[in-house]
Structure formats: C-alpha cells, structure tokens
Design a protein around this ligand. Sequence first.
Ligand SMILES: NC(=O)c1ccc[n+]([C@@H]2O[C@H](COP(=O)([O-])OP(=O)(O)OC[C@H]3O[C@@H](n4cnc5c(N)ncnc54)[C@H](OP(=O)(O)O)[C@@H]3O)[C@@H](O)[C@H]2O)c1
Length: 301
Amino acid sequence: MRIFMTGASGWIGSAVAPELLAAGHEVSGIARSDASVAALESAGVTPLRGSLDDLDVLRAGAEASDAVIHLGFKHDFNDMAASGRTERAALEVFGDVLAGSGRKFMFASGLAGAAPGTLLTEEYTSPYVGPESPRGGSENLALSFAERGIAPVSLRFSPTVHGNGDHGFAAELVRIARERGVSAYIGDGSNRWAAVHRFDTARMIALALQKAPAGTITHAVGEEGIPTREIAEAIGQGLDLPVISVAPEDAAAHFGWIATFFGMDVTASSKITRELLGWTPTEQGLLADIADYYVKAPAAV
Ligand SMILES: NC(=O)c1ccc[n+]([C@@H]2O[C@H](COP(=O)([O-])OP(=O)(O)OC[C@H]3O[C@@H](n4cnc5c(N)ncnc54)[C@H](OP(=O)(O)O)[C@@H]3O)[C@@H](O)[C@H]2O)c1
C-alpha cells in the first residue's frame, strides 16, 4: 500500500514508518523543515515539503495514497486552542479527499476526558465534540467519517509513550526534577498514568492498518495505570534527589504547563485492542525505562 503520514518525523511516527516499510508498504510524509526532510529521507520515507497548515500538501498526499496515518500535531501547550483548530482543519481536508473511497484514516488521539478513577475502555465515547473542544473534537469528527465511506481508526495513546530518546512528558518531568533539585508528585500522588512503549505502539499501529475495521478505537496501553508517586520516586531514585509532595494549589508554579497533565488520573485498558489485533506489548515498562534511560540522558540545555 501507499501510506501517507503526517508526523512521520516525530517520536511515534519515526518508529511507525520503519514498521510500515518493513511490511512492504511505500510511505510518504509531510516535512516542514530541512531537518525533517533529511530525517524522512534517511528513513526511506518520501518527503512532501509542507506543514500542517499547508492544506494543499495534505490534500495532495492523501489523494496519492491508499491509507493515511495522521500523527502530526502542533504541541503548543500555551495555545492548545490554536493546535486544535489546525488539527480540525487538517481532518476536514482528509475527510473531503477520502470520502467514498473506503480508505483507512488512522489518527492520533488520547485518553483524557473521563472522570478520575474510570478505567477507560475502547467502548468509551469521547465527550469532546466540536471545534472548541480539546484537540478540536477531532476523535468524534474523524469517527463520523465512517458515515462518509471512509474507514477511520482512532489511535488512543497513553499519556506517556515512552522509550529511549523520548522528549515528551516523562522527559519533561525529569528535566523539572533536575531544575528544581527535587522530584515531586502532586498531593498524595495516587493519581495514575497509563503508559506504553514507543515500539509496542508502532507495532500496534501496523497491526491496526492490517486488521482494524472502520470505526475501531484502539488503545495503545501497555500498563493500565502507574501511580504518579511511583513515577516521581523512580525519577528521584535515578537522579539521587529527594522525593516530595507538592500541594495541588502549588502544582502549576512547580511544574509549569505539565502540571495539568501530571495531576490527571488516566487509567485505561487495552483488552479489546489486544484481542482484536492480536497485539501483545513486549517492551519494558515506564519505571524501568526511567531507570535505564530517562535519568541517564544528558540534561537538556
Ligand atoms: N508521545 C506521547 O507520549 C503521546 C501521548 C498521547 C498522545 N500523543 C499524540 O500522538 C501524536 C504523535 O505524538 P509524538 O509524540 O510523535 O509527537 P512529536 O514527537 O512532537 O511529533 C510531532 C510530529 O508533528 C509534526 N509537526 C508538528 N507541528 C507541525 C506543523 N506545524 N507542520 C507539520 N508537522 C508538524 C512534527 O514535525 P517536525 O519533526 O518537523 O517537528 C512531528 O513529526 C500527536 O498527536 C500527540 O499529541 C503522543
């Protein structure tokens, strides 16, 4: 198949593309900078120069493909509304191009939105509807594409897709611990994060491309819920720093933009995904990755 990707140069996408190429697919992807063009070329992905705002490039890429995997996202945590608008505009283009084709549209999504303490399953419907919702209400918009003769597949990622070289949420917690000289959790640290390894995620996406029917919601979840206190303890132990509690009202001052996410209770099952796809996560868990990689990575400058 000819697969068109956004986000092929990103943390998850750069693990997905090799899986697809190894399975014999042709892969193209947007690249907004010389560095991303070079990264895609060296991975064997054909670059299409453009950004997520270049809707003509998205259109051309999707038109020339048999399936689209949309992982690109503007991670501007200071203006998530703008990121959501970009996301929605991109999805509208993909919907128009793919309508009536029966082609697969696989897209990144998340596990947020449920009440704390809820173990999210693939049967859970996101409450986010409409352009002003988080991520532009993109999951519900994309799932509605099934009514337009498209085969949408939601890829709900754990809040941390971890592994060696990560620059995402877990790496940010390590950076903050180094900067502050303490490793902190919020309140009693009993709120949990689901987690999944990047390579397990890539294998799940490749399987979903093969096997997931239209309208499937997949959960990239390797571990259902790790207490954030244990995450802070693993970081503190690895960096030889004290582990402390930060009161919820002080969390924003201590953690900055990631406070909101680190204070969430996000637990999820992937039972349905595992059964449907025959997917079994095999990589090591988050706490082992923190000990082996995150705390040993050079401090960001
Ligand atoms: N990693 C996680 O733990 C996690 C958890 C939950 C959900 N997700 C979601 O999964 C998806 C992939 O995440 P990721 O961790 O792989 O993200 P990432 O490493 O930040 O990569 C983002 C990708 O989007 C591209 N991108 C960003 N802004 C762009 C723009 N304006 N125009 C074109 N491309 C642009 C980046 O291109 P450049 O290479 O040029 O920067 C990169 O390829 C995202 O939707 C993310 O929100 C990730």
